[in-house]
Design a protein around this ligand. Structure first.
Ligand SMILES: C[S@@+](CC[C@H](N)C(=O)[O-])C[C@H]1O[C@@H](n2cnc3c(N)ncnc32)[C@H](O)[C@@H]1O
Length: 244
């Protein structure tokens, strides 16, 4: 059983690294608004990588909305890249996540990628933001893509609002105020289930181990965690497992 779990985890990480490395070089501070869902928009260094192919009409409708958001709504939204969105969806679906938590919703782009996985696992997402305009857009986008029944947006300063969150969390995605990552981890790590995942976006922005409010130091030295840094030449995303 533990051998199977190890092999599955290894497979997930290999897929993750392959996809995220395929984004190519160069910092991508805004994240969204470039190219397609997988190929040239991510740098174009790996020609094999193509846009995702929808399995059914529902998935196609959601992918079309994501592509439209990426093309027409990304200005000032600081969204993850399409490739990072696809990676999040894969991690959610492959780990059979039932409870996902996101810090930093913006207009809901990464949240909708998360929901693409959750609609298959039967899970739910709780996301957080404190910007009125972006939160309003997110709610509209959730409705349009039909995921409003599986996502709850909590409005307010997430450093306060996460105090009320209940575990166990299967997957935690942090993509808000960069200096706050350490605090989010400190508050939420006890609520992440053993075997659960913690993703930190834009880790390439961190300078030194004390960057991101101690987040980098914590995820690389805590013996309860094992961490890889994906796409270090681009936006950067840390992937940590909370060991069983
Ligand atoms: C990088 S954007 C999130 C992008 C989103 N994950 C996506 O890819 O679509 C960061 C968001 O975090 C929000 N934010 C920053 N500090 C926050 C805080 N203390 N509490 C809640 N939200 C916060 C901002 O309003 C902004 O919308």
């Amino acid at each position: 059983m533990s051998r199977t779990v190890t092999l599955v985890t290894l497979a997930i990480v290999i897929v993750a690294i392959g996809i995220v490395f395929a984004q190519g070089p160069g910092p991508r501070p805004g994240g969204g608004g470039r190219g397609g869902m997988g190929g040239p928009g991510g740098g174009g260094s790996v020609e094999q990588q193509k846009d995702p192919v929808a399995k059914d009409a529902e998935e196609k409708a959601i992918l079309d909305i994501l592509a439209d958001m990426n093309k027409n709504q990304s200005g000032g939204m600081m969204n993850v890249s399409p490739a990072d969105g696809r990676l999040i969806r894969m991690l959610v679906e492959s780990t059979d996540a039932k409870k996902a938590v996101e810090i930093g919703c913006s207009n809901g782009y990464s949240a909708i990628w998360t929901c693409l996985g959750l609609r298959k696992t039967g899970g739910k997402l709780i996301t957080h933001d404190m910007d009125e305009g972006r939160s309003k857009l997110a709610r509209e986008n959730f409705k349009k893509s039909g995921v409003d029944g599986i996502v709850t947006l909590i409005f307010g300063d997430a450093h306060e609002t996460v105090k009320k969150l209940e575990g166990p969390i299967d997957i935690l995605f942090i993509d808000a105020d960069k200096e706050g990552y350490g605090d989010y981890l400190k508050q939420l790590l006890p609520k992440v289930r053993p075997g659960g995942l913690i993703l930190g976006h834009n880790t390439a922005m961190a300078r030194g181990n004390d960057g991101m409010g101690g987040f980098i130091e914590a995820i690389t030295t805590n013996p309860d965690l094992d961490t890889l840094f994906l796409n270090p030449g681009g936006q950067g995303m840390s992937l940590s497992i909370k060991k069983r």
